[in-house]
Design a protein around this ligand. Structure first.
Ligand code: URA
Length: 273
């Protein structure tokens, strides 16, 4: 190889080596002498060096109730300015403590127990129902009555999972009197906590159980018969609306439709169908 070619190749290799070392130094390696010019690693987008763009604002320790990704993107400093601090996710325990002995809406007056939610705090799959019923109010756990037993069968016999593998919560945390639908002011008081539960858990898929949960979560008025069986989006998380198990107790013929929705969920999660 002629001397000039060798020199050019060496220069190019040195340039690449310096770029690599600078990138490593910027990402925590302490041994590269300071003062060397720095910049992003060639060929890598700046996002590679920061938190995943899909992470909710809560993950970055910045709490917004609206919590949209757009807001998060605007609020996040540019990678070069970002302080190197460990990111922390709001824990469900902290959230539960914040709700406390809640009196934020009138539902508190009739409850025995506040029903926060149950299951794996890092679940890939989350079920969201409407609100606690009689049994849930007594036991402080969602979906433990007759409809709950059917949901448990869907999880254990249908999906071959345990209840403890998934997370189960409701739109409102206190039982509405006579199992009526939650009212606007009650939803407004409680929904921020469901948003924050979801942001903490970061499931891959949410199954919205019944008209009320699906319409509230997705902020749309589409009937459940049109929503079910189709994927929807909640802040970047896939949502599958399906019939409420209480409806299935009255209309067992529609169980096959729920099963076909659940099979879509299983396929999405890579579970054997
Ligand atoms: N129905 C719901 O929507 N949630 C429960 O927890 C129980 C019944």
């Amino acid at each position: 190889m002629p001397d000039e070619d060798l020199a050019a190749e060496l220069r190019s290799a040195l340039t690449e080596l310096r770029a690599q070392l600078e990138w490593q130094r910027d990402n925590g390696a302490a041994w590269l002498p300071r003062g060397a010019p720095s910049g992003p690693r060639p060929g890598l987008s700046p996002l590679v060096r920061g938190p995943h763009p899909d992470l909710s604002p809560l993950v970055r320790g910045k709490e917004t109730e609206a919590g949209g990704k757009g807001a998060a993107a605007e609020a996040a400093p540019a990678p070069a300015e970002r302080e190197v601090t460990p990111v922390s996710r709001e824990t469900l325990e902290a959230l539960r403590a914040e709700i406390g002995d809640c009196t934020r809406c009138k539902l508190h007056a009739g409850r025995t127990n506040l029903v926060f939610g149950v299951g794996n705090p890092h679940a890939d799959l989350m079920f969201v129902g409407e609100g606690p019923g009689h049994d849930e109010d007594l036991q402080a756990e969602p979906f433990v009555g007759r409809a709950g037993q059917l949901l448990t069968e869907i999880i254990t016999k249908g999906m071959k999972l345990q209840r403890a593998d998934v997370y189960i919560a409701n739109v409102v945390k206190c039982r509405p009197p006579n199992n009526r639908n939650p009212e606007g002011d009650e939803i407004a008081s409680c929904m921020p906590f469901l948003h924050r539960q979801i942001a903490s858990i970061q499931p891959k898929v949410i199954v919205a159980l019944g008209t009320f949960a699906a319409q509230t979560l997705l902020a749309i008025k589409t009937p459940i018969t049109r929503m079910r069986g189709n994927w929807h989006d909640y802040r970047g998380i896939k949502v599958m609306p399906t019939f409420h198990p209480a409806y299935l107790l009255r209309t067992p013929g529609d169980k096959r439709l729920v099963w076909s929705d659940i099979k879509l969920v299983m396929a999405e999660l890579g579970l054997p169908v």
